[in-house]
Design a protein around this ligand. Structure first.
Ligand SMILES: [Zn+2]
Length: 55
């Protein structure tokens, strides 16, 4: 489970490094959904475990 989450994070980094304008800075720690802006709760799974992605 942690390995799968790690893969998503790695993919995120690669997308960020590709120089995309639509940068994603926030992620749901419960389901891995990604957001451009901070969300109080995840729209996908309803978890409050949404946090900023640290580089
Ligand atoms: Zn979620």
């Amino acid at each position: 489970m942690f390995e799968r989450l790690g893969e998503k994070v790695e993919r995120l980094k690669q997308e960020a490094e590709a120089g995309r304008a639509d940068r994603i800075d926030y992620r749901c720690r419960a389901c891995g959904e990604r957001f451009h802006r901070e969300q109080e709760t995840c729209p996908d799974c309803g978890s409050a475990e949404v946090g900023r992605i640290e580089e």
